[in-house]
Write a new protein. Structure first.
Length: 274
């Protein structure tokens, strides 16, 4: 009772404001090029740039934390006032009460094979018949989809580990995205041509996810800021900046988020989680 009274008095005396008391905790995970740790340990990435622009617009100083996806997801499932980015809008997450802002980034999800592997995969059932083993990030919908299809899976903490396991031929396939694979491989000093896409699973948008129990007014504040930046050219400028950084032409489309420009027309027809 005393602690509650003390918190109320702090607000009344100006020690903290109601807005500060309900600000979002900002969590992302190593998921290049959406997010990763820079050379000095700072968060960097396309998704990070989106959230940093939102922070600047809203006057928010909360730091962005980079945590493994499984840990960040557990925190967001158990606590209000957490933004986790970026993630797919699955029915399970909708049922858990997550709110979604975006779409932020459009991904083309693929199964990659190592050099010298002449694999013919027509669908996931075909991969199962061949007893192929797939590496993917722990607690991601991608790896869960592989398990649901009956494939043998290997959980990894991040995509870099999955890429290394594939190249070492410890697994047959690595589930990732085309945009992501080139960045991950570059980060470990490997050419993007070192892996081969053997089956495209789906194209799907990802979002800024806000946990259940968060004040709807706070969610609305962030959503309105995102919609404003999508309409006033800020996100289009971000696309230009990251096109130069990645060497991949990107656009920002209101219906798809950030996507490779050569697939913009198809992106509007895409659906599914990310």
């Amino acid at each position: 009772m005393r602690s509650i009274l003390f918190a109320v008095l702090l607000i009344l005396w100006g020690g903290i404001s109601p807005g500060q008391a309900q600000e979002l905790r900002l969590i992302t995970s190593p998921w290049p090029p959406a997010a990763s740790l820079g050379a000095n340990g700072e968060p960097v990435g396309l998704g990070v740039s989106i959230v940093e622009a939102l922070k600047e617009h809203l006057g928010v100083n909360t730091p962005i934390e980079v945590l493994p996806w499984a840990r960040g997801y557990r925190l967001a499932k158990a606590n209000p006032n957490i933004m986790l980015f970026t993630g797919g809008m699955t029915q399970e997450r909708i049922d858990m009460g997550f709110s979604f802002i975006g779409p932020a980034i459009m991904w083309t999800h693929v199964l990659m094979a190592a050099p010298g592997r002449d694999l013919d995969v027509q669908d996931l059932a075909d991969a199962k018949r061949q007893n192929l083993v797939v590496a993917g990030v722990r607690d991601s919908w991608q790896l869960n989809l592989m398990a649901e299809a009956g494939l043998t899976t290997v959980e990894t903490a991040d995509h870099q580990t999955g890429a290394r396991m594939l190249l070492a031929k410890r697994v047959d396939l690595w589930i990732t995205s085309k945009l992501q694979a080139s960045v991950v491989l570059d980060g470990i000093g490997i050419s993007a041509s070192a892996v081969t896409p053997v089956y495209t699973i789906r194209r799907s948008p990802s979002y800024l996810m806000i946990s259940n129990g968060t004040d709807p007014e706070l969610i609305s504040k962030w959503r309105q800021a995102y919609e404003l930046m999508a309409s006033n050219g800020v996100l289009q400028k971000t696309a230009q900046d990251w096109s130069a950084r990645l060497g991949i032409p990107l656009i920002h489309d209101a219906d798809a988020g950030f996507a490779a420009s050569d697939s913009a027309a198809a992106s509007k027809k895409a659906s599914g989680p990310s």
